[in-house]
Design a protein around this ligand. Structure first.
Ligand code: SAH
Length: 340
């Protein structure tokens, strides 16, 4: 038995063909699941009783439940409980261009980035593709609006759950289903280099973001253990290769951590590291959290860092501050939920 929300259109077609059913039924089933959003096979009234039985014998509808919602202006954070009791979260951001949802990919995370709340709670397990799909569907159900953009930037390292991630993207990208355009999907990684190469080979135009956060190995080693395995040079080489293969622009995320990575020298070093790469840098004011002692760089210093990058002709933006009042930094709500 498998969750029906784990199944791509091609897999569903194969299932049908192997079970003496017509292939075209697959798109009817997808329509019931993702357009009409029924949650039992018996409601799929254009299917034969026989087919419904076959579906019931092989697939189930899994559920995830919203147990808490926190709101602050145009940001809402949802705490979800999985069927096995594990907790994860998703953050909704309402922009003028649409509704963007930040989804989780794992329960906990093994990357142990020093500044990150998710990393304090080790990985318990990967999320299934269906649990990622359901984060979108549940939030849409609650807000009664469509999610137009998805960022895989919640709890977890998506490239440490690669197959489920690819499945998830395939399912939500299906045009007659949830129909999220691949350019509206962004995957963020701390830099699992071999997976960057695999990602480049995928047939979709999904955006890639890299959590860089440091301009050199000395700083990156201190704050991101992944750097001990894949050094900055290896990561940058992988990104250059990725851009060459895909012809797509990458985003570098750079959290501004007071007195760690925010000096003028750091800005200049970052500019020379990224020179010539088709990219842009997103400077992120650090969201301070109770359990971790890193502090956020002062506003003036963030602006000075920004100015240097601009002068050096690096495309750069400063992330609008989302959700710091509602613990919207990755992992914060879950961390609280667990101590409550
Ligand atoms: N593992 C993936 C995706 C999840 S983290 C990755 O590393 O990219 C999503 C982003 O939030 C990362 O850039 C991460 O470094 C950042 N982040 C984590 N804790 C944060 C905090 N307290 N404030 C601001 N950004 C944070």
């Amino acid at each position: 038995m498998e969750s029906i929300y784990n199944i791509t259109i091609n897999e569903l077609e194969d299932f049908l063909v192997n079970n003496e059913e017509k292939k075209y039924r697959a798109s009817q089933i997808m329509d019931w699941l993702y357009i009409k959003r029924v949650t039992s096979f018996s409601k799929m009234s254009n299917l034969s009783k026989d087919l419904i039985n076959k579906l019931e014998d092989n697939f189930f509808f899994d559920k995830i439940e919203i147990i808490k919602k926190q709101e602050d202006k145009d940001v809402s954070k949802f705490l979800f409980k999985m069927e096995d009791g594990n907790l994860i979260e998703a953050v909704l951001m309402e922009h003028d261009y649409g509704n963007s949802l930040c989804v989780s990919s794992q329960v906990g995370c093994n990357m142990s980035c020093r500044f990150c709340e998710s990393g304090r709670l080790k990985k318990i397990r990967n999320l299934t593709a269906s649990e990622m799909v359901l984060q979108i569907m549940k939030v849409e159900e609650v807000i009664q609006k469509r999610i137009s953009h998805v960022v895989v930037m919640g709890i977890g390292e998506p490239f440490d759950n690669f197959d489920n991630l690819v499945h998830f993207i395939t399912i939500v990208n299906y045009p007659k289903g949830i129909n999220l355009g691949s350019r509206h999907i962004t995957v963020s990684t701390c830099g699992v280099v071999p997976k960057i190469y695999e990602f480049a080979k995928l047939p979709f135009q999904v955006n890639l973001a890299i959590s860089l956060h440091a301009p050199n190995n000395e700083i990156r080693d201190k704050i991101m253990p992944i750097n001990k395995i894949y050094k900055v040079e290896k990561l940058i080489k992988a990104i250059k290769d990725y851009v060459e293969v895909t012809n797509r622009r990458v985003t570098f995320e750079y959290i501004m951590l007071k007195d760690i990575n925010d000096s003028k020298e750091n800005a200049l070093e970052l500019a020379s590291l990224l020179r010539g790469i088709n990219c842009y840098v997103n400077l992120i004011p650090y969201n301070e959290t109770e359990n971790i002692s890193f502090k956020r760089t002062e506003k003036e210093k963030i602006l000075a860092f920004y100015d240097i990058l601009k002068k050096e002709k690096i495309n750069v933006t400063i992330r609008r501050e989302f959700g710091s009042k509602i613990d919207a930094a990755c992992g914060q709500l879950r961390a609280k939920g667990e101590v409550m």
